[in-house]
Design a binder for this molecule. Structure first.
Ligand code: PHB
Length: 390
């Protein structure tokens, strides 16, 4: 098998890349370990930056998003029992975020690729990526028990945090930056109406809470937990009681309903540098992860492939390699900005239980600053809605 760009992974990065390449007349084949059903059913994040929404709209995959997504012009930060609104729209000159679940984005991209005759091989295990320093890198995989290979001009490693692609960058060249937090998020989906018109990020002495939403009938709520805790320890009653305690105060009322999904996510930060080696280009979680507090994961993946599609496009249209050579540096600038922002939101909003009381007082001063100083609010808002894609 041969194509121009071999893509490992049908997540947000791989699918969006394949879609953007097609618009430039460039062929690609995606190889994905999981089945289409599994991908389309996995619950992940739900916040799209303005730049992600604009890109989807401009490239013809924004129709359902426009119909079914929820535009939010602000969000709330809550501490000491009171909520404070961050007016994203006013602070950023009219930019907003949209609530639209990641798996809905994936459904739209998969449909667009298949409708356009694109090839996605689902349920196929990649066993290796070879000769990435040559002009004909190869992706090796097993399909129906048979060993196959895909030869291409470029390989895009979009295979997530645990994929094989990143490891193709030799250890003496690859640098990995990690930060683990002593924090987990317990996430639930509940059949209930929204408790709030906008997202609420809460710092409570028992720990963080995020009130998010999916639809008028389904709510997405998270609360800080021990990353090593287990879902079995949390009955529905205990979950609601903990959420009620952490959200108490003022006139906020939590609307309860049947919990139909529970899960625990550990929080971590990770960056791999460089994001390119030979003809292998990493994008999305294959190169970096962020804690969910900044709502940046999917948006960063989209931003990476926006840069990569342009670089590959300029290679095929005018034989230019300058954008390919600067891909890693260009992408990493945004990645590190998002790392900073996600770390900031995480450290400001969570309760670090073994930290001295001094840290808690300092945190309250920081929360007071970002909810009362227009300058600080502007920095927060600009980073939350995201940098323009350029
Ligand atoms: C979500 O709705 O899943 C969500 C929203 C905001 C975040 C993280 C997750 O910061």
């Amino acid at each position: 098998m041969r194509t121009q760009v071999g893509i490992v992974g049908a997540g947000p990065a791989g699918l969006m890349l394949s879609h953007l390449l097609r618009l430039r007349g460039i062929e690609s084949i995606i190889i994905e370990r999981r089945t289409r059903d599994a991908i389309e059913a996995t619950i992940r994040a739900g916040v799209l930056e303005q730049g992600t929404v604009d890109l989807m709209t401009e490239t013809g995959v924004g129709e359902r998003l426009k119909r079914e997504g929820f535009v939010h012009q602000g969000f709330e930060i809550r501490f000491s029992g009171r909520s404070h609104r961050i007016n994203l729209y006013e602070l950023t000159g009219g930019r907003t975020i949209t609530i639209y679940a990641q798996h809905e984005v994936l459904k739209d991209l998969i449909k667009a690729r298949l409708d356009a005759g694109g090839q996605i091989l689902f349920g196929v295990e990649v066993t290796g990526v070879d000769e990435v320093q040559s002009d004909a890198p190869k992706i090796r995989f097993t399909q129906d028990g048979k060993a196959e290979e895909l030869v291409s001009d470029f390989v895009a490693g979009c295979d997530g945090s645990y994929g094989v692609c990143r490891k193709q960058i030799p250890e003496d060249i690859r640098r990995e930056y990690f930060r683990n937090y002593p924090l987990g998020w317990f996430g639930i989906l509940a059949k209930a109406p929204p408790s709030s018109d906008e997202l609420i990020y809460t710092n409570h002495e028992r720990g963080f809470v995020l009130i998010s939403t999916r639809s008028p009938h389904v709510q997405r709520l998270y609360f800080q937990c021990d990353p090593n805790d287990s879902v079995e320890n949390w009955s529905d009653d205990r979950v609601w009681e903990e959420l009620e305690t952490r959200m108490a105060g003022g006139d906020f009322r939590l609307k309860q309903g049947e919990i139909f999904q529970k899960g625990i996510i550990p929080l971590r930060s990770f960056v791999c540098e460089p994001m390119q080696y030979g003809k292998l280009y990493l994008a999305g979680d294959a190169a970096h992860s962020v804690p969910p507090t900044g709502a940046k994961g999917l948006n960063l993946a989209v931003a990476d492939v926006h840069v990569l599609a342009r670089a590959i496009g300029s290679y095929y249209s005018s034989n230019a390699t300058d954008l390919l050579e600067t891909y890693s540096a260009t992408a990493l600038r945004r990645v590190w900005r998002a790392q900073f922002f996600s770390y900031w939101m995480t450290s400001m909003l969570h309760r670090f239980h073994d930290a001295p009381e001094f840290d808690h007082r300092r945190q309250l001063a920081e929360l007071d600053l970002v909810t009362s100083s227009p300058a600080a609010q502007t920095v927060l808002a600009q980073n939350y809605v995201g940098l323009p894609l350029g």
